[in-house]
Design a protein around this ligand. Structure first.
Ligand code: ADP
Ligand code: GLC
Length: 487
């Protein structure tokens, strides 16, 4: 009988408290799925203003007695530790007025960073490592996510907490494009020795690089799909860190994320006007008609409805979509519903597209959980032409909702979507990132939808029957934890 393991997840966001992207979903869902595999996981995140408000809504935090004081570059920060249990998982929120009592997570707006982020996340990382003794729960493994927790492995190994001698580290890269690169003097905030500041360890192009710190010092590195684990070893996808990844490839594993199949279940989703299953698909049409009404899209004819729910950033290839769709809309073959927020230029271009095609394009600017569910359910096709995609969750939500995804063959998209041309696929894929290839896959998808409804329905059912749940994914993580832990 395997022994129960304890794992502390350290991340900068987690649902239900704060979320800017898929990281928050993954950080919450994995710990929920681990107990089945004899792993007790807890989560620690910063106590941002929005997170503290959410905790109030959920019944309030239990504030632990005393303060945790963390020093960084000669300044002491007093950290309040609040605990709360949600769906059986214990979360710790680390409150600190001068660092986290702000509205943004990483900056005042989506594309602007706070200028003290090095301090904010260095203090957060140190506090997360001081937490186990403070609360009397010593983990076998600390599982750190993305650059905001990238200093954890090096702090653990080189100095900050000498009193966690048997704790091992796993570091997960959710997106290698975000690295947390700072002025070299910020190393003072960590208390680490200057001898570590060299190109083989913490330095990258004369800056302190938090993601690299995680890669170099963790006992194991994972990333969120098998394909992305290969891709980040190349110059095209490695964002300058491909050398470091190749160097540490021996300890790298790709584990493709799962999705929360309770939260995303068309059979019982409370956000939808009608529920449906692969065996009883009628409700999906009701969802489509209701969505068109909700978004002021014309309900005449039956053009395919193409949905997008996305951060609006270069990574996601929305520019290509904007460039490609007009001829298909003018031909009455498709409508487009986009939900998202991000880059002001992309937002402007989406508004223009909406203005050009009234009744055929709706751009809903902002963040809207319920609408995200209704777009997944009410669309026929989901578009994700990402330039790169470490994993991607929306294509998996789409599959479960019988909404066939069009994706670029990259990262987690390639691991989860296969083209219907094979006769057994669940979506549409394209390779080179250019207008010609994207237009031709869109044309092919719209053609199948309009002319071969029986084939379409078969593909929809295949998509819905796939299994992307967390269960087997959590088993892979549990194995990894067990391999490196000292029991
Ligand atoms: P990334 O983490 O790169 O943004 P993912 O596909 O992994 O991409 O995860 C995105 C998550 O954020 C999904 O759960 C998606 O539904 C959600 N999301 C993104 N933008 C919005 C939005 N504007 N409104 C609601 N949910 C959104
Ligand atoms: C990142 C990636 C996305 C992935 C998510 C969760 O935000 O961009 O592809 O799904 O992390 O791992």
């Amino acid at each position: 009988m395997p022994q129960q393991l304890r794992v502390l997840h350290v991340a900068s966001e987690a649902v239900p408290f704060v979320k800017t992207g898929g990281l928050a979903d993954v950080v919450a869902a994995l710990p929920k799925a681990l107990p089945k595999h004899k792993v007790e996981a807890r989560i620690v995140i910063p106590g941002y203003s929005a997170a503290l408000r959410k905790a109030e809504e959920l019944g309030g935090l239990e504030w632990l007695p005393g303060d945790l004081t963390i020093e960084a570059g000669g300044v002491d920060h007093r950290i309040g530790v609040g605990a709360i249990t949600v769906e059986g998982v214990t979360y710790y929120l680390l409150a600190c007025n001068e660092l986290f009592a702000r509205e943004g997570l990483y900056g005042p707006a989506a594309s602007v960073d706070y200028d003290d982020n090095a301090r904010r996340f260095a203090v957060f990382s140190k506090a997360a490592l001081a937490l186990p003794h403070y609360v009397g729960w010593i983990p076998h493994v600390v599982h750190a996510h993305d650059w905001q927790a990238g200093l954890i492995p090096v702090l653990l190994q080189r100095g900050f907490q000498h009193d966690l001698p048997a704790t091992r580290s796993v570091f997960t890269i959710h997106n290698i494009a975000y690295q947390g690169a700072f002025w070299h003097w910020d190393l003072r905030l960590t208390g680490l020795d200057w001898s570590l500041y060299n190109p083989l360890q913490l330095e990258q192009h004369e800056r302190l690089n938090c993601l690299k710190a995680g890669i170099v010092f963790a006992d194991r590195v994972t990333t969120v799909s098998k394909r992305y684990a290969e891709e980040i070893q190349t110059a095209e996808f490695g964002y300058g860190l491909d050398g470091a990844i190749r160097e540490h490839q021996y300890k790298l594993t790709g584990i493709t994320n799962g999705i929360d199949v309770d939260e995303w279940d068309p059979g019982k989703d409370p956000h939808l006007p009608a529920n449906y299953t692969a065996a009883k698909l009628a409700g999906k049409q009701t969802c489509k008609q209701a969505l068109r009404k909700e978004l002021n899209l014309t309900t005449e004819g039956n053009p395919a409805l193409v949905g997008v729910v996305s951060r609006l950033v270069w990574q996601k290839g929305i520019d290509l979509l904007i460039e490609a769709v007009s001829p298909y809309i003018l031909a009455g073959r498709m409508q487009l519903a986009v939900l998202g927020t991000g880059d002001p230029d992309l937002e402007h271009r989406l508004r223009q597209l909406q203005g050009k095609h009234p009744g055929y394009v709706c751009f809903w600017h902002g963040y809207n959980e319920g609408l995200a569910h209704r777009i997944e359910a009410g669309s026929d096709i989901f578009a994700m032409p990402s330039r790169f995609e470490p994993c991607g969750l929306n294509q998996m939500y789409s599959l479960r909702y019988g909404t066939l995804p069009i994706v670029r063959h990259t990262g987690g998209l390639a691991d989860t979507v296969s083209d219907v041309v094979s006769g057994a696929g669940n979506g549409f894929t394209f390779g080179p990132m250019d207008l010609g290839h994207f237009s031709s896959v869109l044309d092919r998808a719209l053609g199948l939808y309009a002319e071969f409804p029986a084939e379409w329905t078969k593909a929809v059912k295949r998509a819905m029957k796939g299994d992307n749940s967390w269960n087997h994914v959590a088993a892979e993580y549990a194995d990894l934890y067990r391999k490196i832990s000292m029991i």
